[in-house]
Ligand binder design. Structure first.
Ligand SMILES: Nc1ncnc2c1ncn2[C@@H]1O[C@H](COP(=O)(O)OP(=O)(O)O)[C@@H](O)[C@H]1O
Ligand SMILES: [Mg+2]
Length: 354
């Protein structure tokens, strides 16, 4: 897949953006604060109608403006597609795929993108929810059935939490609670199966992936999956859940830990090693998505050279750009050549490039 063009109004520091992309390498360059990271976020938002940085679309509105609009054209398997997103300060959002209203979950399967950014290292350093979300988002892209299981799970969890907050007063509340518990447990086992199968695949590709970045010392990296606590005595569970005000069992509480030999990477590896391992895991995601969807994801790479040492950054860049369209940011642009350069200046909040 590759991106063709982008138009936007009032997204973060940009009042107007009008751009076309080169099919292979695109470099966004400019000093600190010129909008490089915003442009990467804008591309992602235009494709998926969501930011990977904030859950609040209001933050994306150009200061004091009342609306934003994005339009992106891309080509996948020789077919042209367009996504238009509009959002206003009344929090109304419209998303059109080829002029037809569409949901986020559909957009998420329509296009294929991998983001490498300073927040990539959260994959190792961050909370367990970051790793769960990472696995789930890979699964949503490669397994249609998983999407509906995850959706049912989230809905069941919401209903169960709401019921627990109402403190289960009547007999009917308990009947519904039992039903929701049964559903939650069976959906949890399907989610766990999906995640554990994916972990097996990731563990199998780690070794070839780390060799692409010339990091043989990380070939024994391994992901492990831990179930949160299982069903206990149902009446005790209900009591404790009412006391704590929410669901205390299920796949949304499971943990994924990363090990290097016997040591947990989160607890024992250095900051620099954690970054490298996070980028290797993203590269595993890139390889898996490519194999499973038979399509090369577009790579959005923000600030690679400030995250990794120059040699590793060059290796990663060479590898992904040899198979995918890449859009990457760099302060000076001196380190890597690109087919197209998108220069940003601090003063200018309009980009218009053919
Ligand atoms: N909603 C917004 N409206 C206007 N400007 C914004 C908004 N959100 C962020 N900015 C500004 O955008 C500027 C560029 O940010 P960023 O893209 O992170 O720069 P770079 O990556 O080039 O260093 C920052 O100065 C920031 O204050
Ligand atoms: Mg930046």
């Amino acid at each position: 897949m590759h991106l063709v063009g982008l138009q936007a109004e009032n997204f973060r520091n940009f009042s107007t953006v009008q751009l076309s992309f080169a099919k292979h390498t695109n470099l966004i360059t400019g000093s600190n604060g010129s909008g490089k990271s915003n442009l990467i976020e804008l591309i992602y938002y235009a494709l998926f109608s969501r930011s990977f940085k904030t859950s609040e679309d209001m933050n994306l509105l150009h200061w004091k403006e009342s609306y934003l609009r994005t339009q992106i054209e891309f080509q996948r398997d020789g077919v042209d597609k367009t996504v238009v997103v509009s959002f206003n300060s009344n929090k109304e959002k419209k998303v059109l795929l080829n002029n037809i209203p569409e949901k986020f979950s559909v957009l998420f399967r329509e296009s294929s993108v991998i983001v490498f950014s300073p927040s990539t290292s959260q994959l190792v350093k961050g909370l367990p929810s970051v790793r769960r979300k990472w696995l789930d988002r890979i699964l949503v892209r490669v397994d249609r059935e998983f999407t509906s299981i995850l959706y049912s799970y989230q809905q069941t969890l919401r209903n169960r939490n709401a019921l627990i907050k109402r403190k289960l007063i009547q007999k009917e509340d308990y009947d519904l609670y039992d039903l929701l518990t049964t559903n939650l447990v069976s959906l949890s086992s399907l989610i766990r199966k999906g995640r554990q199968d994916l972990i097996k695949m990731i563990n199998a590709v780690i070794s070839p992936t780390v060799s692409k970045m010339d990091l043989p010392m990380f070939s024994s990296i391994e992901l492990k999956y831990y179930h949160s606590r299982m069903m206990e005595d149902p009446s005790l569970l209900a009591k404790e859940e009412i006391k704590r005000g929410g669901t205390l069992i299920g796949a949304h509480l499971d943990q994924i830990e990363i090990f290097h030999g016997d040591a947990s990477v989160r607890d024992f590896s250095s900051e620099g090693e954690q970054k490298l391992i996070s980028f290797c895991l993203k590269l595993c995601e890139f390889d898996l998505i490519q194999v499973k969807t038979k399509n090369s994801p577009v790579c959005l790479i923000d600030d690679l050279f400030s995250e990794l040492d120059e040699d590793r950054a060059q290796l990663l860049f060479k590898y992904v750009s040899s198979v995918s369209q890449t859009i990457f940011t760099d302060l000076t642009g001196r380190l890597i050549e690109a087919d197209k350069v998108i220069p940003l200046t601090r003063e200018e909040n309009t980009i218009c490039l053919p």
